[in-house]
Structure formats: structure tokens, C-alpha cells
Design a protein around this ligand. Structure first.
Ligand code: ZN
Length: 274
């Protein structure tokens, strides 16, 4: 019964950052986690080829590769370098069998946000056909506005939906992450719009701690914060999404705990709150 109710539970390797890829695979399986989203740093110790083999043999569903993006730059050379790097990331995703790359689109202080969004749009248009040929999708992940200065110029689901509708490419959609979007009064409507575009490619969960002590590494375990997780999930599923539900938690506090015990707490929190 438990395995059935966990059939959509996916965990990001960054969530259990202290574990190596083989350790994470083993621990996820022991906890009945069904899917894995692989962060690129987890591929480094064994290399892409051996990591791909371990993942293929793991029995876990490989949900996505994190992450591509970081497109805006002050020079044309910089923007081209980002496109080239993202094509390498597409190759990596194809090699490890990840059907989706999550895009943290990037932001550079000093360039107007509207100009950066145009640069992001152009870069995705340049990478998408290459990804399509290799069977890889690209998911634009809008980030919370607190990151508009230096991590992403795409900050609302509305902006991501605008991009998807402008690009009109079958392999370009959106990664909906509750941490970044829960505050938006237009969230339900924009999730529905994303669903109509068949563009909800991923759904990421964690919680928003109050107070948040660190802008990057203080995400909460589901149930430890103020995000209405059940409500947002109901909107996403009403919009037609039936993919995996991905637990993505950057937490200095949780990384300091015993990670196999932590995975059990993740599993319990998922069953109780998500
Ligand atoms: Zn995310």
C-alpha cells in the first residue's frame, strides 16, 4: 500500500546533497522513492557514462536533469557560450536518460529585466531544436522575485507562460515549483493556462519557512512552512498534470542530519502534507 501511494514521489539529489549518487540510489530505493532528479554535480565523481549506467540499473524513474539555463550576458560571446554550454547539458541529459532539463534562466545585474527576458527567449529558441533532436524537453522554471537580481529574470508563472506561447515549441514548457510561486495571486489561473498549453512539465515541492533565515539554503520540509501544498497540487492536477512530484529542498539544516533518516521524514511529510 505504501509503495502505491509513493508511486509519484521523486527526490532531487540536491535534497540529499551529502549522499553520493550510488548512496542516493540505494537510499531512495530503501525508502520506496520512485523517481530521481539528478543534479549535474552528482554526475561528476563517477563521470556521466558510469553514472548513466548506475541510473539505468537503479529501477528509479529518471525524471529530469538539473539544471541548464543562465542565459543572459552582457556580450554576444557570453550569450553564445551559454547556448553552447546548454547544448552540452542536453547531451548529458540524453546520456543519462533524463527526458527533461530544468532551466534556471539566469540574471545579470545591470541589464534591464525586459532585455534579459528577450535574451532568455532567444537562447531557448537556439537550444530547443538541438534538444528536440535528442528527445529532451526544456522546462523554464520561474524563480521567486527575490532572485531577480542575479539568478533568474523569469519570476512569475505568467512570464514563463508568455515565453512558452511566444516560442510555440513542443519541447519547451514550464517547471512549476511551489517555493517560487506560492505567493502569486494569479497562480491558479496561470497554472490552468499552463495546462491548456500542455506545458506543465514538472512539479517541485518543499515549504516556505517563516522566517526564512537564508535566501538560498533554508527551504522547509513539506509541512514546516506556510505553502498550501494540497491546494496547489489540486490546481496542477486539475490542469492535467499527472507526472512525478519532486521534492527539492536546499537546506543547510537538513543536510547536517543523517540522510537516510531524513529520507524517511521526507517520505512521511510527503504522505501527510503533499
Ligand atoms: Zn525547483
Amino acid at each position: 500500500m505504501e509503495a502505491a501511494s509513493l508511486s509519484k514521489l521523486c527526490v532531487h539529489t540536491i535534497t540529499t546533497k551529502p549522499l553520493s549518487l550510488p548512496e542516493a540510489i540505494e537510499a531512495y530505493r530503501e525508502t520506496n522513492v520512485a523517481g530521481i532528479t539528478v543534479w549535474r554535480d552528482a554526475l561528476v565523481p563517477l563521470g556521466v557514462k558510469e553514472s548513466a549506467k548506475r541510473l539505468a540499473d537503479s529501477g528509479l524513474k529518471i525524471v529530469s536533469l538539473c539544471r541548464g539555463g543562465f542565459f543572459p550576458a552582457t556580450t554576444a560571446e557570453g550569450r553564445q557560450a551559454a547556448i553552447d554550454e546548454n547544448k552540452r547539458i542536453v547531451d548529458e541529459a540524453a546520456a543519462v536518460g533524463a527526458p527533461l532539463i530544468v532551466l534556471v534562466c539566469g540574471a545579470v545585474p545591470g541589464i534591464p529585466l525586459a532585455e534579459q527576458r528577450k535574451q532568455i527567449n532567444d537562447a531557448i529558441a537556439a537550444v530547443a531544436p538541438y534538444a528536440q533532436e535528442r528527445g529532451v524537453k526544456l522546462g523554464i522554471e520561474p524563480l521567486h522575485p527575490m532572485y531577480a537580481g542575479d539568478r533568474s529574470a523569469v519570476n512569475t508563472l505568467g512570464q514563463a507562460n508568455d515565453m512558452v506561447e511566444q516560442l510555440r515549441l513542443a519541447n519547451v514548457g514550464v517547471a512549476v515549483d511551489v517555493y517560487h510561486l506560492w505567493w502569486d495571486e494569479r497562480l491558479e489561473a496561470e497554472i490552468a493556462r499552463c495546462g491548456r498549453n500542455k506545458a506543465i512539465f514538472a512539479y517541485h515541492v518543499c515549504d516556505w519557512r517563516s522566517p526564512t533565515r537564508d535566501m538560498l539554503n533554508d527551504r522547509g520540509l513539506m509541512g514546516d512552512g506556510c505553502i498550501p501544498l494540497r491546494q496547489i497540487r489540486s490546481w496542477v492536477e486539475a490542469a492535467g498534470f499527472d507526472g512525478m512530484i519532486e521534492v527539492e529542498i536546499f537546506s543547510t539544516e537538513q543536510w547536517a542530519t543523517e540522510q537516510r533518516e531524513y529520507l524517511k521524514r521526507i517520505r512521511d511529510a510527503y504522505l501527510k502534507h503533499v
